[in-house]
Design a protein. Sequence first.
Length: 175
Amino acid sequence: MDRQLLIVEDDSSLARALRRSFERRGYAVDHCADLDAVTRLLADRAPGFAVVDLKLGGESGLECVKALHAHDPAIRIVVLTGFASIATAVEAIKLGASHYLPKPANTDDIEKAFARVEGDVSVPLQGRPTSLKSLEWERIHETLVETDFNISETARRLGMHRRTLARKLEKRPMK
């Protein structure tokens, strides 16, 4: 497969660091900050690999995953997120992502994810019960996906004040 890489990231410093690192590894790298730029780029290019941030300003990176996969189902897409949740991971894979990594992820992690084409049945099953905080976190992110990351609508659906939800989202994601 062609070593043409597309980075879809609205944080210009992270995009610049990833670009330099991948270029040193022999990739030809393009960068887009939103879905419109991705759509324009796909008119001229067909990257073999893509790194997509899940949250692009006010947009969902899942739209970019969907557009990239529709353009070329063989593209290897890795979704990066600072807001990892089961709901968004499942949706990313359903929409065509090859892998899903929580931030911070480095170039080695991303390249390993590109190389993985099958699941791993030897992954240990967690034996500990899910905490109440984890369940709340999962429900919040599931609702965020349902509302296309609209904070006000998510808060309304969850029956909480918008500022309360914003404070919860500002806290460091649980591991």
